[in-house]
Design a protein around this ligand. Structure first.
Ligand SMILES: NC(=O)C1=CN([C@@H]2O[C@H](COP(=O)(O)OP(=O)(O)OC[C@H]3O[C@@H](n4cnc5c(N)ncnc54)[C@H](OP(=O)(O)O)[C@@H]3O)[C@@H](O)[C@H]2O)C=CC1
Ligand SMILES: CC(C)(CO)C(=O)C(=O)O
Length: 337
């Protein structure tokens, strides 16, 4: 057992969190499958950009070389890598230890199914970061972070993780409604996936008047599903879940304007989804984050036609059948009447 915090997946999000915690004097051990990145982090992980600029030498291992057991694991792999990462990470979780998911999506469900919900702490992150190359991460902007127990209780360990994440984001929230934040981010995320159908920056794409009905329809479909699931989604960084649930045109317009303003200020101009498609040329989290909602909607008898078509278009880009283009958003428009 150890007081050391294990960061599992030391890319954009895990890298920023781990480097800041280590700089602030906490014992941190980074784990990542990218060997060059692990070697570079031992020499010093550079966090750069408008928010922070520093180099932090870190303890770092690949999963194969890691030894020992740890009480706290912060998981920050892409959502579709969660199961595989848990296979590797759980042998290193001490009895009584817990996992914090610093990811997009409903990964807390996946982790809870493996180790029990009492051993999972929910976390929502919205700051922007990009893994640039081994040992270098762009920290693009400050944005909302929230942490909370899955059952809403305010426990000592939730306070402890909140205190740690407050070192990254001083306005980090300790919440009794982490599912509200996670579903809010699914709504925000659906809009980001739509922006990634195009080569445009998030703010330029969200600002286009001709595509606003697509964003409105996507936000509405996701927030309506959240309501059917009994969730009260929470807003952040311009996203107003209630406006989208009610399909309130004026409210949605104001919310989109605020999201544009928020994203105009980040050095990470494009979403992680865009980056996976255009730069990393790899699969996105579309199945783990977006398609999963189609399954959740079915028992409620809810249709999500715009989301379903968007998922297909993202998959088409992933497989090279289509190229990113504003035309793809035009194709969604007729579904949004
Ligand atoms: N980047 C951002 O701005 C934001 C991201 N998020 C969310 O945070 C989560 C993490 O995203 P992000 O940090 O961008 O992703 P990154 O790809 O930058 O970092 C994930 C790292 O984990 C590595 N990895 C993959 N599988 C394993 C494994 N089994 N064990 C250990 N390491 C592994 C990856 O390697 P490889 O690259 O080879 O797969 C990569 O280095 C996602 O759910 C994302 O949606 C949320 C808010 C903002
Ligand atoms: C853009 C961001 C940082 C949310 O603001 C994000 O979640 C992503 O890149 O997927």
């Amino acid at each position: 057992m150890s007081d050391t915090i294990l960061i599992w997946g030391a890319g954009a999000i895990g890298g920023v969190i781990g480097a800041v915690l280590a700089r602030e004097g906490h014992a941190v051990h980074m784990v990542d499958i990218v060997e060059d990145h692990v070697a570079a982090m031992r020499d010093g992980l550079r966090i750069e950009g408008p928010v922070e600029d520093f180099v932090q030498p870190l303890m770092a291992s690949t999963p194969e070389t890691l030894t020992g057991q740890f009480d706290r694991i912060i998981l920050a792999v892409k959502a579709h890598h969660t199961e595989a990462a848990l296979d590797m990470a759980l042998p290193h979780l001490a009895p009584g230890g817990y996992v914090v998911s610093a990811q997009n999506g409903l990964n807390e469900r996946t982790i809870a199914a493996r180790i029990g919900s009492e051993r999972v702490l929910g976390c929502f992150v919205n700051f922007g970061a990009d893994w640039l190359e081994p040992g270098r991460i762009l920290y693009g902007n400050r944005a909302a972070i929230a942490v909370g127990e899955l059952d809403g209780q305010i426990t000592p360990r939730a306070r402890e993780i909140h205190a740690l994440l407050s070192l990254v984001e001083p306005d980090a929230v300790l919440t009794e409604n982490i599912w509200g934040y996670l579903w809010g981010k699914l709504g925000y995320g659906a809009l980001l996936f739509a922006t990634a159908l195009t080569p445009l920056s998030m703010s330029d794409a969200l600002d286009r008047p001709d595509h606003r009905p697509v964003y409105e329809a996507l936000g509405h479909e996701v927030m309506r599903l959240a309501a059917a699931e009994g969730i009260s989604p929470l807003g952040f960084n311009g996203f107003d879940p209630e406006a989208f649930r009610r399909a309130d045109r004026a409210g949605m317009a104001k919310s989109l304007d605020r999201m544009v303003a928020h994203n105009r200020k980040t050095a990470k101009t494009h979403s992680g989804i865009w980056r996976d498609l255009a730069v990393r040329k790899r699969k996105t989290e579309v199945d783990a984050q977006m398609a999963i909602m189609l399954d959740i909607a079915r028992p409620h008898g809810l249709e999500m036609p715009v989301l379903a078509r968007m998922v297909e278009l993202i998959r088409d880009i992933e497989t090279g059948r289509r190229a990113q283009s504003p035309d793809l958003l035009d194709e969604l428009s007729p579904l949004c009447a």
